[in-house]
Design a protein around this ligand. Structure first.
Ligand code: FMN
Length: 202
């Protein structure tokens, strides 16, 4: 049992690396939680992450304070520097603050839309100090969630929440958070334009 990690339903957002089968590693933002000594991953069907986990049974979790990696994965910028894991045939973020290496122990398929992968941790490794909370980073993460659900949420609600998150960006961001925000804003604007064009042609 890791005493530094809560086993109380807390969901931690991170970058999950899974082997793509061609020697490369697929990176995707994913939330995970703990259950006793284990880590539980719950990727939606269909997704590459789910297919890779089923096929290869290993994954890396990378924690980063560079929110551009989260925003990048949602805006076609997946090419981040990676490093090989120690115990599994998979890579992790090279510049991670810390990372975990996981092996899938069992798969709970009772929810066909969202199977649960229960994993053991083969390694948890810190690489450099975590530098503390930043509101703009939290705002970028929230905006990432909104962008990942553009097809599911009412567009005016997404725009309203973006405008609210912008306050933290304006007050507390550094250059990395500003860049990530611009990528996400561009995605939202492109989606809004496509929706407006679709409505105009109806
Ligand atoms: C912060 C954050 C957390 C996410 N957590 C999950 C998750 O727990 N399960 C999931 O299926 N998708 C989650 N997503 C969405 C996936 O990152 C996204 O759907 C991804 O592209 C997975 O599809 P892929 O494996 O085909 O790339 C999350 C997105 C963000 C931004």
């Amino acid at each position: 049992m890791n005493h530094w990690a809560a086993d109380d339903g807390t969901i931690t957002e991170a970058l999950l690396g899974t082997p793509a089968g061609d020697g490369t590693t697929h990176l995707a933002p994913l939330g995970f939680r703990r259950s006793g000594a284990h880590v539980v991953l719950a990727p939606f069907h269909p997704s590459r992450t789910l297919d890779h986990l089923r096929e290869h049974g290993v994954a890396s979790i990378s924690h980063t304070d560079d929110v551009r990696v989260f925003a990048g994965c949602l805006s076609g910028r997946r090419d981040w520097p990676l490093a090989a894991c120690e115990h599994i045939a998979c890579a992790r973020l090279r510049d991670a603050v810390s990372h975990h290496e996981l092996r899938v122990l069992r798969i709970d398929d009772s929810d066909a839309q969202r199977p649960r992968f229960v994993c053991e941790e083969l390694l948890v490794c810190g690489h450099r100090p975590w530098t503390g909370f930043n509101r703009a980073q939290a705002a970028v993460l929230e905006a990432c969630i909104l962008v990942s659900r553009l097809h599911m949420l009412p567009l005016p609600q997404v725009r309203e929440q973006f405008d609210a998150l912008r306050i933290a960006i304006d007050k507390t961001s550094g250059s990395r958070e500003r860049e990530a925000w611009q990528w996400l804003l561009a995605r939202l604007q492109a989606f809004e334009a496509a929706q407006a064009a679709g409505e105009a042609s109806r």
